[in-house]
Design a binder for this molecule. Sequence first.
Ligand SMILES: Nc1nc2c(c(=O)[nH]1)N[C@H]1C(S)=C(S)[C@@H](COP(=O)(O)OP(=O)(O)OC[C@H]3O[C@@H](n4cnc5c(=O)[nH]c(N)nc54)[C@H](O)[C@@H]3O)O[C@H]1N2
Ligand SMILES: Nc1nc2c(c(=O)[nH]1)N[C@H]1C(S)=C(S)[C@@H](COP(=O)(O)OP(=O)(O)OC[C@H]3O[C@@H](n4cnc5c(=O)[nH]c(N)nc54)[C@H](O)[C@@H]3O)O[C@H]1N2
Ligand code: SF4
Ligand SMILES: [Mo]
Length: 682
Amino acid sequence: MAPTTEVIRTTCPRDCYDACGIIVVKTGGVIDRVKGDPDHPVARGTLCPKCTLAYNAEWRDPEARMTQPLRRVGPKGEGRFAPIPWDEALDMIAGRLRPILAEAGGETIIQTHYTGTFSLIGYAFPLRFFHRIGATEVDPDTVCNKAGHAALEAIFGSSLDGFDPRTACDAACILVWGANPSASAPHAHKHWLAEAPGKVIVIDPIRHPTAEAADLHLQPFPGTDAALAFALLHVIRREGLLAQEFLDGHVIGWEEVLPSLDACTPAWGEAITGVPAAQIEAAAVLYGRGPSLLWLGQGLQRQRTGAAVFRACSLLPIATGNLGKPGAGFLYLNGTDSRGIDPAYLPAPHLSLHRPPPISHMDLAERLEDPDRSRALFCWNNNIAASSPRQARLRRALAREDLFTVALDLFPTDTTDYADVVLPAASFLEFDDLVCSYFHYTVSAQVKAAEPMGASLPNQEIFRRLAAKMGFAEPDLFESDEAMIAGLLRQTGLGLNFAELAQRGTVPFQAGPLIPFLSGVFPTPSGKVEITSGRFAAAGLPRVPRPDVQPRPTAGRLRVLSPASPWLMNSSYGNVAKVRAQAGPADVCLHPKEARRRGLGAGDPVLLKNEAGELRLQVSLSDRVPPGVALVHKGRWPKLDPGGANVNVLNGGERADMAESSSVHSVEADLVPLARTERSLP
Ligand SMILES: Nc1nc2c(c(=O)[nH]1)N[C@H]1C(S)=C(S)[C@@H](COP(=O)(O)OP(=O)(O)OC[C@H]3O[C@@H](n4cnc5c(=O)[nH]c(N)nc54)[C@H](O)[C@@H]3O)O[C@H]1N2
Ligand SMILES: Nc1nc2c(c(=O)[nH]1)N[C@H]1C(S)=C(S)[C@@H](COP(=O)(O)OP(=O)(O)OC[C@H]3O[C@@H](n4cnc5c(=O)[nH]c(N)nc54)[C@H](O)[C@@H]3O)O[C@H]1N2
Ligand code: SF4
Ligand SMILES: [Mo]
């Protein structure tokens, strides 16, 4: 008899705008293919190449995955471990935590987490455990997008109520500012933008494939976007495209911005940003006539002046009244609240008796250097040794013998190499959960397609078991996945149970497009858009947004941009052999003129070097990158590259201007040629 074939519909839970629908094909009870769901409106039958490669190789390979709890047997950082049973691993952890809690307090237990998996329960349920013990959270958004959130919340009262992508059919213009959908939202690039009836404008220092496909690409030097926004506003006002009624009725502070527009002519804008005045004119008119959508990238705010940039860019929809109507609005990230989900339900912060202040990723290395303030570290859904700032310093701190470290992951990463105990996490193919795209207003089922590999367990089950070992009794710490999924689905009001959702895969949250701020009332203290919110002054920023820019790098230095690679998902897939083959050796991409000026050619070995560290790379050439900029993609695994480092070794952890957030795209470095023979050094 031929083996039976079974098809399971599920959802990709990576930190990606697309949240693709997946088809898992099983033959004789074993998965033999993971592919795009042809019926899914975003995936349309194909996953991105990186996920296709990873989900059909290492993610299902017991040789590549971690399948048992491990106890360290070598020096920290070497990654030498012995397998141990779950009971022993959890006893060991509980045995270390109890005295720390009794003697030093929960705040000396540092926990870092993020979006390694972004399914709702796998992402948030473990926080219940950390709230219960009063651990110090490393605020996850500080490594990614917190400055932008802070600025948008202050101005609009929310950073999580973006336009509904379905409203693109009503938009005459879509402005993508400092995002690279061709890498970070590949299906939005391929379908959503390509099919939008309106004109597409991209503002990005790099001519990435989305910029290339756009009707208009403005290429400012990094860090000059606030000036560009003001030059656009100058033209918008001059052309009579201000939405005076909206400004009069719904906005606080516009009249304080107006005087500074006079000087911000397109010629001035060109001199400061490098964008030709004619392009500034054209973009301003296109956007200003509207209706227009504004996609604010996360890359855009990873700057020292990230919040100032967001304040300036936000003036565009405000001044032109592109808010609260079809075909208009801004999008940063769309939150789950707008799908009815109570943000406090999964993390259950009420379990904390004492909640120590969170710290920033910018301060993580320093905190971990201090034995009095950090006795233990938990790292889950997050690969800090690859992705957090101050890489060299952080790794030295992680090597502290007395820092009791627990890491959860699917794979033996640079971070797990430093752990005392490693706990193997099950993959998204191995448990039920829900996924909410942060772009599309949808709700999706993540459906178990196989048993957890080896002895691995989903994050949530690991923390339920650890809570039991600790002798905790609060029922919230033991809530079942089934009960939580049912509870979450009830909150959405969709009227579907999990089996029904699983059958459909993905459903829209509502039939037609959501229109945020439709009532004209904003969730700010005044109910209006607050350009001059007191939160800015409290953060030490000017009361009124200004066209300030960051100084260009000093002579000889390059601005290092380290955005998303199309082949990697943050640091995920850094170990996938076929992905590594596609991504090639660690490279720094330069404009041919920049390289020529320095006497360098393709393939030449170089050192990028600054106060924080140095990184050995190979030169590649492309006129997509402007002169003065070095493009080095994020996410490679340090231990698999020469020198055991990646681009974060150059990231000194300097903060953005708000919310203790990352300014990694402001990093500057010198480029030092190496002799060809030095290339083969270890
Ligand atoms: N230079 C530079 N650095 C950056 C950035 C940049 O632009 N430039 N961007 C920053 C940004 S935006 C982010 S979000 C961070 C993120 O950086 P990372 O922390 O590297 O993020 P991921 O690769 O998404 O996930 C982390 C780990 O989660 C694991 N994982 C996957 N599924 C599960 C699971 O179910 N359970 C558990 N326990 N683990 C799982 C993966 O194997 C992976 O090792 O990097 C930041 N670092
Ligand atoms: N393939 C892939 N997809 C991903 C990820 C990944 O690592 N790989 N990561 C996921 C995560 S965690 C996140 S946060 C998102 C991030 O997705 P995006 O928001 O797209 O962020 P980045 O890739 O960091 O940078 C986007 C763009 O910002 C530009 N940029 C940098 N500095 C400036 C500036 O000063 N001005 C302007 N105008 N542009 C600037 C960069 O050139 C880059 O093209 O992507 C998610 N999707
Ligand atoms: S990472 Fe993004 S593009 Fe790739 S399969 Fe997952 S959701 Fe789709
Ligand atoms: Mo991110």
